[in-house]
Design a protein around this ligand. Structure first.
Ligand SMILES: *Cc1c(COP(=O)(O)O)cnc(C)c1O
Length: 339
């Protein structure tokens, strides 16, 4: 029997489990544009409560969640400060500028880690001449930073600074669940540090679709309008929300298994120990050549730059698959380094 590929490209490749599909099939639904889908309403209330906020809004993607959040916190012509490798400036197709007239200014970080000392000098105080820095956005965990977790003391210092400087804070929390499981910091504690959060159900949690914006009741009211404007109003979305509710109930704690498997892969490949479920390997050789050779050997990996590859563990990766990848990848890496 030819075994299927081991897909380590991303934690977005997961398929709904049989139990999740069952929950989807049984979902009670209504028209969510009328706010009449009981399953969506329940999901929104549940996620708002988890993060200690008043309200939440179900949106089709993390990109839409981030962009709605940024627009809630900034006016056209104002700017957002964030890491130079942040998802919002790398993978969202320039949406802040293209859709909302928001500028972004970026700061080089170590694996995307937030460092208040690097940010403060870049904040432009409100005056007549200069662009207003309205928002600082922090990604936790940091995708291109290799799943790095933002240090909680830095986030707390940022909150105190932002209150003082009258700035708003957004968290791109696509993988905040991984940060929570890796550190034990509660979701409510993370939630309390930000004005808006965007959190994804379709990454490590394994739901097929969906993210939420989390914030105050007033802001979420405005977010509903922005979502409709962007074409993100969905009708019987409870089918999707049911998958998300199932994921929240069953797939958060198990992220620890993904983290352990990522460590095994990193150790086998001689990489630094990952903090969560993402291993980024810096190569001397050509990343595309390694990825091509890995694919031929039945292991799918991502190329994130000409000299970096990425391995991501997730719900559909088993110990047996990790062992297969750990047996194959080190050889390919060594061969590529010799050429
Ligand atoms: C995946 C991801 C998102 C959202 O992506 P969508 O594909 O739009 O759902 C946002 N931020 C980070 C850090 C991500 O990894």
């Amino acid at each position: 029997m030819v075994s299927a590929s081991v897909d380590l490209r991303s934690d977005t490749v997961t398929k709904p489990t049989p139990a999740m599909r069952q929950a989807m099939a049984e979902a009670v639904v209504g028209d969510d544009v009328y706010a009449e889908d009981p399953t969506v309403n329940a999901l929104e209330a549940e996620v708002a409560a988890l993060f200690g906020h008043e309200a939440a809004l179900f949106v089709p993607s993390g990109t839409m969640g981030n962009q709605i959040s940024l627009r809630l916190l900034a006016e056209p012509g104002q700017e957002i400060l964030c890491d130079s490798d942040a998802h919002i400036v790398t993978y969202e197709m320039g949406a802040a500028a293209a859709l909302f007239g928001l500028g972004t200014r970026t700061i080089l970080g170590d694996r995307g880690r937030f460092d208040l000392d690097a940010y403060v000098p870049q904040v432009r105080p409100p005056d007549w001449h200069t662009v207003r820095t309205a928002v600082i956005a922090v990604e936790n965990t940091h995708n291109r930073g290799g799943g790095s977790v933002q240090p909680i003391d830095q986030l707390k210092a940022l909150r105190a600074y932002a209150d003082d400087a009258e700035l708003s804070l957004h968290c791109d929390g696509a993988r905040i669940w991984n940060a929570h499981v890796a550190t034990g910091t509660s979701l409510a504690e993370y939630g309390g540090l930000f004005d808006t959060l965007s959190v994804c159900l379709s990454k490590g949690l394994g739901a097929p679709v969906g993210s939420l914006v989390v914030s105050s009741r007033e802001r979420i009211g405005k977010a509903r309008i922005l979502r409709k404007r962007l074409g993100g109003g969905m009708r019987q979305a409870g089918v999707l929300a049911a998958a998300g509710r199932h994921a929240l109930a069953h797939h958060i704690d198990r992220l620890a298994e993904d983290h352990a498997r990522a460590k095994t892969l990193a150790t086998a490949c001689g990489a630094d120990e990952p903090e969560t479920n993402i291993v980024v390997l810096k190569l001397d050789g050509n990343a595309h050549a390694v990825a091509d050779a890995a694919r031929d050997a039945g292991i799918l990996i991502s190329v994130v730059s000409p000299s970096r590859i990425r391995l991501v563990t997730h719900l559909d990766i088993t110990d047996e698959q990790v062992d297969r990848a750990a047996a194959v990848l080190p050889k390919l890496l060594a061969e590529e380094e010799r050429t």
